[in-house]
Design a protein around this ligand. Structure first.
Ligand SMILES: [Ca+2]
Length: 366
């Protein structure tokens, strides 16, 4: 009995042992999987931490470069002020022309880890959109608004009188936009209504709040000065194509009364603007000649009109818009450090004592 028991117990012991070994093997398998999982988790964690640290370091570096670039551009602004003052001080001239020192293209400076460049543009070589609202005496004519019987609007302002800038913009659009579905005069009227302070549509093509409020996403007109040329895109019928074609000919100045165009700084690429400013009566080739044959030191006013020719009658209200001098200048600058690029546009106004004051500052490429 004892032997049997012993045999049984020895067999049972053998079984237990083999079961234990199997269990042990299973256990070590689980441990291995666990260890591998931990290793994988740790590896992921390390990669994640590494990515975060790298990203943070890049971010910090970019922020540092951006701040550095801003500082450089602010310095450039100061330099431009001196540069502009000196340019006019030395010339001792009233005329502003492209032969002067300020008009150099792309002034470049090497900076720590990068490069900085700037160019100065005369802001009276473009049509000030904010002047669209100004009604001058003796403008082209009326539009005939059926709603107000062609007379004065209820607000008292003559909404049916085409403003001089509106007239120039219309002629310009006629010249530069091909096969537009919208009449250039309607585009100009919509733009004028956007900036003028009243809510009475100017003529049958005028567009005020009522139209914009009826849109799927309603909004209101600015009814005041435009801050950036891109605001044109919010105005009725100014689609991307029209905007892209027009934007280089126009600009925005804080003073709507500053509406003169300098014949000495309008570049050949914008010759159509001079054509429009002269009322569209002078052949484009002749207008181009006025630009290409510009004297080295620019035209004097009388000299310009002599060149235009006495037979070519330009209406008085348009003539008043033509000038040979300027007060607004824009510094278009860029600082590039490593991969960080900062763009800045600074608008300067020329003051009486030949000092230049910063009027506005804008960060952005366009
Ligand atoms: Ca308005």
């Amino acid at each position: 009995m004892a032997v049997r028991v012993e045999k049984y117990s020895s067999m049972s012991h053998h079984n237990l042992k083999s079961q234990f070994t199997k269990w042990q093997k299973k256990q070590s398998g689980t441990v291995l999987v666990t260890v591998l999982l931990v290793v994988v988790f740790v590896a992921i964690l390390v990669v994640e931490v590494n990515t975060t640290v790298t990203r943070q370091a890049n971010l910090n570096r970019n922020l540092m470069h951006r701040d550095q670039a801003y500082s450089y551009l602010n310095g450039m602004e100061e330099l431009a002020k001196i540069y502009l003052s000196k340019a006019f001080e030395l010339q001792k001239e009233e005329t502003v022309h492209l032969g002067q020192e300020w008009a150099q293209q792309d002034i470049t400076f090497p900076i720590d880890g990068g490069v900085m460049s700037a160019k100065i543009i005369d802001m009276q070589s473009c049509l000030n959109l904010n002047s669209l609202s100004v009604i001058d005496k003796g403008t082209k004519g009326t539009k005939g608004n059926p709603s107000s019987g062609g007379g004065l609007s209820p607000l008292g302002a003559d909404q049916n009188q085409v403003t001089t800038s509106e007239e120039i913009l219309t002629t310009l659009l006629e010249k530069i936009i091909d096969n537009s579905e919208v009449q250039p005069s309607a585009l100009a009227a919509a733009a004028r209504d956007w900036v003028d302070s009243d809510l009475t549509p100017s003529g049958p093509d005028g567009v005020e709040d009522l139209y914009y409020q009826g849109l799927e996403i309603p909004y209101l007109t600015a009814n005041g000065p435009i801050a950036h040329v891109s605001e044109l895109r919010a105005i009725k019928s100014f689609d991307k194509k029209t905007y892209e074609r027009l934007r280089h000919y126009v600009c925005v100045l804080p003073d709507e009364k500053n509406n003169k165009l300098n014949v000495n700084t309008i570049p050949m690429e914008k010759a159509e603007l001079l054509y429009a400013a002269l009322g569209g009566k002078i052949n484009q080739n002749e207008v181009n000649k006025l630009i290409s044959e510009r004297p080295e030191k620019g035209y004097e006013m009388q000299e310009f009109w002599d060149k235009v020719g006495s037979a070519k009658t330009v209406k008085k209200h348009l003539k008043q818009r033509i000038d040979v001098t300027s007060s607004y200048f824009l510094m278009d600058s860029k600082a590039e450090i490593d991969n960080t690029k900062v763009y800045m546009k600074t608008l300067f106004v020329k003051e009486e004592n030949n000092n230049f004051k910063v009027v506005s500052r804008y960060f952005g490429k366009e």
